[in-house]
Design a protein around this ligand. Structure first.
Ligand SMILES: [Zn+2]
Length: 105
């Protein structure tokens, strides 16, 4: 079961941070290629306590080395040490900014 958690950041902080990151064109982890395509690198990690699999943006889990709280057992751990996979996702977008499709690059 894949679970996404954001326990380390409050909701407002998270949105602000994502906006900051998406506007930073020098970041290799998250960047825009054109108006209709965007990329986001994510990592998959396994909770060392219960084995639950978690997906997080790589800039959050790897670059910032943020601690993640498992949604299943509430264990707090570092994704960088528990990483099982790292993939680049390609988002196809409409002109209005809606997501049409997501694929692994
Ligand atoms: Zn767990």
């Amino acid at each position: 079961m894949l679970t996404k958690t954001w326990s380390s950041f409050g909701h407002k902080n998270r949105i602000g941070f994502m906006l900051l990151k998406s506007l930073s064109l020098t970041e290799s982890e998250f960047y825009f290629m054109s108006e209709k395509v965007a990329y986001l690198e994510v990592v998959v990690g396994k909770c060392p306590a219960c084995g639950n699999l978690i997906v997080e943006p790589s800039w959050f889990a790897i670059q910032l080395e943020s601690d993640i709280q498992c949604a299943k057992c509430r264990n707090v751990f570092n994704m960088k040490k528990q990483k099982t996979d790292r993939v680049l996702l390609k988002f196809e977008l409409t002109q209005k900014g809606k997501v049409k499709s997501v694929t692994i690059v």
